[in-house]
Design a protein around this ligand. Sequence first.
Ligand SMILES: [Zn+2]
Length: 72
Amino acid sequence: MVRIKSSQKFFTEDEVANLTGICLDHLRALAQNKHLGKLVRMAEAAGAGAEKWLFTNSDLMILTVLYPRCQH
Ligand SMILES: [Zn+2]
């Protein structure tokens, strides 16, 4: 069971990985395949490749219901 603060609107990929037990690699693949979440460029991060997935509350619920936590 995933418990989240209802006041929280967006979740970073790291938070979602923690909450769902889905690893970052699989999480990013799912996000791309299923059009969940959105890819944002982190303004404060230096250098290239500083893109992160952000997920909404409902994205998180879908991931929780549809996908088991990683077992590898
Ligand atoms: Zn995985």
